[in-house]
Write a protein that binds this ligand. Structure first.
Ligand SMILES: NC(=O)c1ccc[n+]([C@@H]2O[C@H](COP(=O)([O-])OP(=O)(O)OC[C@H]3O[C@@H](n4cnc5c(N)ncnc54)[C@H](OP(=O)(O)O)[C@@H]3O)[C@@H](O)[C@H]2O)c1
Length: 345
């Protein structure tokens, strides 16, 4: 059994990790941390795991965590992650970090959009953890920077088009909508019930921090610098991300063949489902699962291809993808613990 720690177990991605790991046959959760709830059991914070987890939440002391676990998930806010990840690495532990701290190839990009980076030398060892694009490197990695939720939906939606040079890469617009759990469990006015319920708004317009992460990966796929327009929205749901992505179509394949190309690109990918012609995804049909559903069409009137992708932000957009990465890093079958079908209705 692989002994695992969930650092930041009292947050939304932390409890989602615990939910998924409970059904993982090769893993034992050996350590869980929280600052504000240290001393309480996980079930006291999350009654959903009553009788399934009896562990007591501890303060985050990196050496003690590393003593107890061989594999560590850091489900912390950015900056807090980079304070502890180097210690885990130094002590020979493998890490999947769910924050943005280890997603960027160029520390200057991180510093422009986030804060100063405390350990660029550790960042240089990290692999961007999108398995469908970078599986081989993930398998060899000691540290994986787990992708952001919006980036997962946009990059998977566009990868076959960019890889095959079928769109004008300067014309991309990604219009994405996220559920409120994307903002984490910490109390904030913006995510209070009355601020979210019955409303639908854009935020981070032309400035959201996921923009450079999406651009980094799309540029690598296209083999040239890609700049996009990305507008996130907050919708009154608990879980889910739906991205509608537009780009000028430069290919000459009809939509049926374009879908075949998507099916070929993702033919070995158990978690990406390409929908048939005329069908488009819904967050409702991926909820609680590690699936990314993709539908697309060509709008002949405007000359644009329109791709729609849906994920559960807490699963394929965070904790499910983190477990997928853990499986790859440890040589486990990639779907272990991740076979749950979407929760519908
Ligand atoms: N939510 C999503 O959909 C999503 C998707 C992809 C990636 N992410 C990323 O994943 C990370 C976790 O997100 P989340 O939504 O789970 O956040 P969250 O609900 O706010 O949980 C944050 C966790 O970190 C702990 N924590 C906060 N500050 C800390 C510090 N200084 N030292 C030690 N522990 C600290 C909290 O513990 P206490 O408050 O109990 O002390 C809590 O357990 C973030 O970096 C986020 O950007 C989130």
């Amino acid at each position: 059994m692989l002994k695992v720690a969930v650092v930041g177990a009292s947050g939304y991605t932390g409890i989602e990790l615990l939910r998924i790991l409970h059904c993982h046959p090769e893993v034992a959760v050996a350590c869980v941390t929280s600052e504000r709830s240290a001393g309480k059991t996980v079930a006291e914070i999350f009654p959903s795991v009553r009788d399934c987890y009896t562990q007591v939440l501890e303060h985050l002391e990196p050496v003690r965590v590393a003593d107890k676990a061989d594999f560590i998930f850091t489900a912390l806010p950015h900056q807090a992650a980079m304070e502890v990840v180097p210690t885990f690495m130094k002590l020979g532990k493998k890490v999947v970090d769910l924050s943005a701290d280890y997603r960027f190839r160029d520390p200057a990009v991180y510093e422009k959009w986030y804060e100063p980076h405390m350990n660029p030398e550790v960042l240089a060892q990290a692999v961007y953890g999108l398995p469908e694009i970078r599986r081989a490197a993930i398998a060899e990695a000691g540290l994986v920077g787990n992708p952001g939720c919006y980036p997962t939906s946009v990059i998977l939606g566009l990868a076959p088009l960019l890889h095959n040079g079928l769109i004008d890469s300067s014309s991309i617009i990604a219009d994405s909508k996220s559920a409120a759990s994307g903002a984490g469990r910490g109390a904030k006015v913006d995510t209070l019930f009355c601020e979210v319920n019955e409303g639908f708004k854009a935020y981070g317009v032309a400035s959201h921090r996921h923009t450079p992460e999406i651009e980094q990966e799309l540029s690598l796929l296209a083999g040239k610098e890609v700049t996009i327009s990305f507008t996130p929205h907050l919708v009154p749901m608990d879980r889910g991300i739906l991205s509608t992505i537009y780009a000028a179509y430069t290919g000459d394949l009809p939509v049926e063949q374009l879908l075949e190309l998507y099916n070929d690109f993702y033919s070995n990918e158990g978690f990406v489902r390409v929908l048939p012609p005329g069908a488009f995804p819904s967050t409702m049909h991926v909820r609680g699962s590690n699936f990314c559903d993709i539908g697309l069409t060509i709008d002949r009137r405007t000359g644009r291809v329109i791709v729609v992708s849906a994920i559960d932000n807490l699963v394929k957009g965070a904790s499910g993808q983190a477990v997928q990465n853990m499986n790859i890093m440890n040589g486990f079958p990639e779907n272990l613990g991740l076979d749950a079908l979407p929760l519908f209705p």
